[in-house]
Structure formats: structure tokens, C-alpha cells
Design a protein around this ligand. Structure first.
Ligand SMILES: CC(C)(COP(=O)(O)OP(=O)(O)OC[C@H]1O[C@@H](n2cnc3c(N)ncnc32)[C@H](O)[C@@H]1OP(=O)(O)O)[C@@H](O)C(=O)NCCC(=O)NCCS
Length: 174
């Protein structure tokens, strides 16, 4: 297999980001709280501003994975004020054609390193309980279930499990 290239998206990459994010929502509607219908309606300016982290005052690491020039994976690490000891993972997706090759694990590894360097003590995310691949990914990467199940989105019969990974042994957020 050719080498996977993982890089940080900037505001200039909004068009690539839009394309891979919309692909992910179409491919995996049960994996995300948001929907294709919601996001396809966003204007180009809104896609651009999502990646304008400075303007939004957002501490985040939006990552894209590429293979032979094609966008094949996406994941965000985000630190929300005021809980700057916790990083969150959103929008994790790998193209079906290249799954099972360690791309998601590499994206998670990049986010873990970033979060640790930012002084975070743990990483949190939610995963749809019926999503065996994602549950397997997070369990094998050191994430543990925490807290009660929540609805994927209002009115959905699908439930998500919050999960947490401790980055430092003194983490207070488990
Ligand atoms: C979940 C997803 C991101 C995994 O991406 P991936 O690149 O195929 O995952 P990796 O190859 O890095 O796999 C890493 C680990 O995840 C687990 N895993 C991956 N696919 C799995 C599957 N189908 N069943 C069970 N465990 C699986 C394994 O533990 C694997 O490690 P191993 O290969 O050493 O056994 C991908 O299937 C996907 O994009 N699914 C749709 C979107 C989604 O569910 N996103 C998550 C939102 S929370």
C-alpha cells in the first residue's frame, strides 16, 4: 500500500474538507449526530469558517488523511473552554475502500499526541453502540465506557456510549 499522508486542515482547505465530510455523512449516517441534509445546506463561507480556528477562538486539530492524492479519512480533536484538560474527538471517518489498514488508529495517535502536548489529561468521544468497528477501534486504543447512554440525535432510536481515554495517570475525569 502507498503511504498515508496525515495533515492538518487550514481554512484554505475548506473545499477538500467539505467534500470528505459530506462523503462521510452520506456513507455513515448512523455514526454522527449531524446529518448529510443539515451539512449539505451549509454555504461555502460556513465551511470556510469551520476551519478558521483563530477567528472562532477554537483550540482544535482538524486532520485529513490522504492516499495517492485522494482524501480518505477525517478526524477532529477539539478542546472546549472552560474544560481545557479534556480533548474531544469528532467526525472520525475512513473511506470504506481503505478500512482495516490502521488509518483511524493513526488519526487517533496524532490527536492523542496533540492533546497531551496541549496539557490535556484525557480524551472523550461518543460512539454509536451498534457500530462494532468504531467500538472495536476505541476499545483497542485504550478508551473505556463512561457514563450513561445518550440518544445519537433527538428522536433517534440509536444510542451512543460516551468513552474516555486517560492520557496521564493523575487524570481526574474518569
Ligand atoms: C471506525 C472506523 C473509523 C475505523 O477505521 P479503520 O481505518 O478501518 O480502523 P483501523 O484500521 O485503524 O483499525 C484499528 C482497530 O480498530 C478495530 N476495528 C477496525 N475495524 C473493525 C471492525 N470492522 N470490527 C471490529 N473492530 C474493528 C480493530 O481493533 C483495529 O485494530 P486491529 O486491526 O489491530 O485489529 C471506520 O470503520 C469508519 O470510518 N466507520 C464509519 C464512520 C464511523 O463509524 N466513525 C466513528 C464515529 S465515532
Amino acid at each position: 500500500m502507498c503511504e498515508i499522508n496525515i495533515s492538518v486542515l487550514t481554512r484554505h482547505d475548506w473545499s477538500r474538507y467539505k467534500s470528505v465530510r459530506l462523503n462521510s455523512l452520506q456513507d455513515s449516517p448512523d455514526s454522527f449526530g449531524s446529518t448529510y441534509q443539515q451539512e449539505v445546506a451549509l454555504s461555502d463561507a460556513e465551511w470556510q469558517s469551520r476551519l478558521d480556528l483563530k477567528w472562532r477562538g477554537l483550540e482544535a486539530l482538524p486532520l485529513i488523511a490522504e492516499l495517492e492524492g485522494q482524501s480518505v479519512g477525517l478526524a477532529w480533536g477539539v478542546i472546549h473552554e472552560p474544560d481545557t484538560k479534556i480533548a474531544h474527538i469528532y467526525q472520525m471517518w475512513v473511506s470504506p475502500a481503505v478500512r482495516g489498514k490502521g488509518i483511524a488508529k493513526a488519526l487517533l495517535g496524532n490527536i492523542s499526541t496533540w492533546a497531551l502536548n496541549k496539557g490535556c489529561e484525557c480524551i472523550k468521544l461518543t460512539v454509536t453502540t451498534s457500530n462494532a468497528a468504531a467500538v472495536g477501534l476505541y476499545a483497542s486504543s485504550g478508551y473505556l465506557p463512561t457514563g450513561p447512554l445518550e440518544e445519537l440525535r433527538a428522536g433517534s432510536s440509536l444510542m451512543v456510549q460516551p468513552m474516555v481515554k486517560r492520557l496521564v495517570s493523575t487524570a481526574r475525569y474518569l
